[in-house]
Design a protein around this ligand. Structure first.
Ligand SMILES: NC(=O)c1ccc[n+]([C@@H]2O[C@H](COP(=O)([O-])OP(=O)(O)OC[C@H]3O[C@@H](n4cnc5c(N)ncnc54)[C@H](O)[C@@H]3O)[C@@H](O)[C@H]2O)c1
Length: 320
């Protein structure tokens, strides 16, 4: 299968690329960032800006992918700092990808939406079809992306599908999400002996471990269309409080100093997101099931974080 991935230089793409190559897919990447160290040799890496239609059109016309996985975006916390740039990348970028798919006969576009598509005041667990009233530029652009993709499916026959990811955790470099505190407890806890989270100890949002997130993408991407009752699916795994994450880290790093100093802006974003997602549509339609709970994730993550710190030394991820 020929797959073009936008924005694969980030947190998700870094873990996704070796898995796609490993299962035999022919992969090209379109990203503003240079080819990272460790990117599988089989992957074609093209640098470009998703806000320029001609750049993504040129690659799509040449590579002729069966599918585009559209990951390129500016995430929540970063997007609040540069809202107009976030608007251009997330809105124009998504339209450009859908247009490239229409122009060059791409069968499927996979979209990575987010819990940031939701706004405050929803009753937990939050289902797929609630009012979407996000308060961040990131969330606004993701809701628009979901709707635009459904428009292209209805009007131009593109198979559009995707997930609303919770905050994702892996041994990687977070891309400016408001959920980054969780990973930094593990990374800075191990590297510096402590971390001060920018949220309250009782802050709670849905999280997912990256291997589950990638498996969800692959399973939904490959699911028979006839099984799918919708385009965009909530997917859920765990909803620990920040303090419960801290306890999981404390149990694995004796003496680690994990404290909390809530930043009003970022805490307000966390408060506007759901605590718990209802993902029963994903479970019923394409058999979604998460594997990693907080304990299993922590056990699996610790050695990987250690390897990351050993490999990157001073360049390991800094505080978000
Ligand atoms: N990581 C999470 O917790 C999370 C949660 C929910 C949804 N998502 C979604 O998943 C997708 C990938 O997330 P991630 O965490 O890997 O993001 P990231 O920020 O780590 O990576 C984003 C990538 O997009 C690229 N990019 C940015 N602007 C670009 C432009 N103008 N043109 C081309 N490329 C550009 C960056 O260079 C980077 O490689 C995003 O769409 C994000 O909204 C992520």
């Amino acid at each position: 299968m020929k797959i073009l991935i936008t924005g694969a230089g980030g947190q998700i793409g870094t873990d996704l690329l070796p898995i796609l190559v490993g299962r035999g897919d022919d992969v090209a990447v379109f990203d503003l960032a240079p080819r990272p160290e460790g990117c599988p040799a089989e992957v074609e890496w093209v640098r470009g800006d998703i806000t320029y239609a001609e750049e993504i059109n040129t690659l799509t016309a040449r590579f002729r992918p069966h599918r585009i996985m559209h990951l390129a975006a500016i995430l929540s916390a970063a997007g609040e700092g540069i809202p107009h740039r976030a608007y251009r990348i997330n809105m124009d970028g998504t339209r450009n990808v859908l247009e490239a798919a229409r122009l060059f006969g791409v069968e499927q576009v996979f979209f990575t939406s987010t819990i940031a598509a939701f706004g405050p005041g929803l009753t937990s667990p939050v289902g797929d079809d609630v009012p979407l009233r996000p308060t961040t530029m990131y969330g606004i652009t993701k809701v628009a992306g979901e709707l635009l993709g459904e428009y292209y499916e209805a009007n131009f026959g593109i198979d559009f599908r995707g997930v609303r990811f919770p905050g994702l955790i892996n041994a990687g470099i977070p891309g400016g999400g408001t959920s980054d505190y969780a990973l930094f407890m593990y990374v800075d806890g191990m590297r510096s002996g402590g971390y001060e989270s920018f949220c309250r100890p009782d802050a709670v949002i849905p999280f997912m471990y990256m291997p589950d997130a990638i498996r969800a993408m692959l399973e939904l991407m490959d699911a028979p269309k006839a099984d799918l009752g919708r385009s965009i699916y909530n997917i859920a795994a765990i909803s620990p409080t920040a303090d419960e994450i801290a306890d999981a880290v404390r149990a694995r790093i004796p003496g680690v100093d994990l404290t909390f100093a809530p930043d009003p802006a970022r805490q307000a974003i966390l408060d506007s997101w759901p605590d718990v997602l209802d993902d029963s549509n994903a479970r019923n339609d394409w058999g979604w099931n998460h594997e990693f709970d907080l304990e299993a994730m922590s056990d699996d993550l610790m050695p990987k974080v250690k390897a990351l710190i050993d490999a990157q030394g001073e360049n390991a991820p800094a505080h978000a």
